[in-house]
Design a protein around this ligand. Sequence first.
Ligand code: HEM
Length: 225
Amino acid sequence: MAYLIQRYRDGTRMNHWVVVLLFFCAGLSGLALFHPALFPLVNLFGGGQWTRTLHPYFGLLMVLGFVFLFFQMWRENLWSRRDTEWMRAAPKLLRTGEEEGMPPVEKYNAGQKLVFWFSAVSLLLLFITGFMFWQPWFADSFPILVRRIAVVVHAFAATVLILTIIAHVYAAIWVKGSMRAMTRGTVTERWARRNHPLWAARMREGVATDAAVHKRQVVDLRSES
Ligand code: HEM
């Protein structure tokens, strides 16, 4: 009998998709202000003035949304020695798609952990530097040189975040069966054993031992066989 295993609670999934929506709003409005070639993107937000006004609020809400995600996920994203080994083996996996010989993975593999920490650090930088040149509220409190540096760091952090999310979406599509984790909240036991064997074992143990800590996370929703 095959099981579906709960990977995300409803609140976590909603939190994730709200952050995604705000990422697109903040990203597209930011790109519109970044280069004249991208200026036509202002039409998505009601023109130049509106784009300029709304962009910092989109960014602020995205950071706030991510803070909630962060506190739900940081523990499972702590780096371990196994992750360093996984990174060493990753180039072969990317080249050949051959999974044999990959170190066993807990809830997240090293690539996912990098996505998590790259997102966290770039969002923190975007948040801090954004305040430094937010007209008319805070910018005047900072010397011009500081503001100039802040603009460059802001653009750099945005580039890192956008590239990180491109890799994240690519991986979510590439690893078949991942998307349902964020759309339905569950994954098949087969997917879990193949991609996250240590996590799958932990979840099964939770069912077997009825351990309080795992009880709510594992659901025997329906038989797949
Ligand atoms: C269209 C855009 C996006 C799609 C399709 C997508 C899809 C997914 C999927 C399928 C998962 C579950 C993966 C798993 O549990 O193995 C996931 C997890 C996650 N997503 Fe997204 N995502 C998107 C955008 C974003 C954005 C913009 C952020 C943050 C800025 C983000 C942050 C995360 C985090 C932190 C996780 C937990 C896994 C980890 O630590 O890497 N995602 N996403």
